[in-house]
Design a protein around this ligand. Structure first.
Ligand code: IMP
Ligand code: MG
Length: 337
């Protein structure tokens, strides 16, 4: 049996969606289950020329043979879920733990209408903060209370446990990033929950002894959306000149761009219990690496970057993303297993 957690090492948007999708096609999990906060997350997955954005459905959905679950720790916005299920044609494959917290219109109005959340913190306005607040106050509805979710309900920890006992592969995907963890991030400029690997295991009801691998995803040039400290941030003029321009999947806000943060990478790897790391956007370190699929074909400059990152993280870098498309990746995990 094998259970792998994939989480973001910086401030989110590290390209976890693409890494999850690649690992899914390679490792053939029977279940891909999502942890994390809720629909404040946005993942982009590109297959061929087709680009998909997801907020509720696990980003591993492009691998058609896995059951797609949403763990009980996650907040579900039934409207966002329904739209995605239809748009992505995944009906019958998506399941929601019956205990998931629910985001109501009122939570969204309170998130968007709050000067503290919307302006000071720069929240995504998706209602997650107020919904988690209500959940802690024991005021929130659960997925099982909504008739429109009846067809999706499942005991997610139980199906994951059964799959693992049957010798199958299970992937647990995290959302957000370490830097915006409620516990370990740049409080108060954080999201409404922890985002580390332990939280992702808890979100899915998988005890720590059942986890075999934790893959932490780092972006060569980290980004941050919303407010809060970002020690390696560069002036927009500099990142623009480097051709690095990104917009949020959920909010469409321009992302702030920074340089590699070795200290943060090390601390994040430590708290996450990283066993292997993924680096995304290596083509931004050296454009000549765009689309490369073999480690030996990386340029000297890119290899030096990977070595430097590896020394900071303290774990082998086994996945290197060389472009947005799912096949643009170097996978040397087998050399370390
Ligand atoms: P909230 O999670 O919507 O309350 O927003 C709190 C902070 O976390 C804001 O700075 C958001 O931009 C940030 N945030 C929340 N989810 C994500 C994500 O998935 N990626 C990147 N930033 C996020
Ligand atoms: Mg994102």
């Amino acid at each position: 049996m094998s259970c792998t957690i994939i989480v973001g090492g910086f401030f989110g948007d590290e390209g976890k969606g693409k890494i999850v999708a690649h690992v899914a096609f390679k490792d053939k999990p029977v279940i891909i289950s999502r942890g994390g906060v809720g629909p404040n997350a946005g993942h982009t997955v590109q297959v061929g020329t087709q680009e998909y954005g997801v907020r509720m459905v696990p980003s591993g959905f492009v691998y058609r043979h896995a059951k797609l679950c949403i763990g009980s720790g996650v907040l579900v916005d039934p409207r966002v879920l329904k739209q995605e299920v239809e748009r992505l044609d995944v009906k019958g494959r998506v399941f929601v733990d019956f205990r998931c917290g629910i985001i109501t219109e009122d939570h969204i109005a309170r998130d968007k209408g709050s000067a503290h959340l919307a302006k000071k913190i720069g929240s995504t306005g998706s209602g997650c903060g107020p919904a988690n607040s209500d959940r802690v106050m024991r005021l929130s509805p659960q997925a099982k209370d909504l008739p429109e979710l009846a067809e999706y309900l499942l005991d997610v920890p139980k199906v994951i446990d059964d799959a693992l006992k049957g010798g199958n592969v299970v992937l647990l995907e995290g959302t957000q990033g370490f830097g915006i963890s409620l516990y370990y991030g740049t409080y108060p400029f954080v999201t409404s929950k922890d985002t580390s690997a332990s939280q992702i295991a808890a979100d899915n009801g998988v005890g720590p002894t059942k986890i075999n691998d934790v893959i932490v995803v780092f972006k060569a040039y980290p980004t941050r959306v919303g407010e809060g400290p970002f020690s390696t941030e560069m002036p927009a003029a500099k990142s623009d000149a480097m051709g690095i321009l990104e917009f949020g999947t959920v909010t469409h806000r321009k992302r702030r761009i920074g340089g590699w943060d070795g200290g943060m990478a090390r601390y994040s790897a430590m708290v996450n219990g990283c066993t292997q790391a993924a680096i995304t956007g290596i083509d931004r370190v050296d454009k000549a690496c765009f689309g490369v699929t073999e480690y030996g074909k990386l340029t000297k400059k890119a290899k030096e970057f990977v070595k430097m990152a590896e020394a900071d993280i303290g774990c082998p870098v086994t996945l290197i993303s060389t472009g947005p498309e799912i096949s643009q990746i170097i996978d040397i995990r087998s050399e370390y297993s």
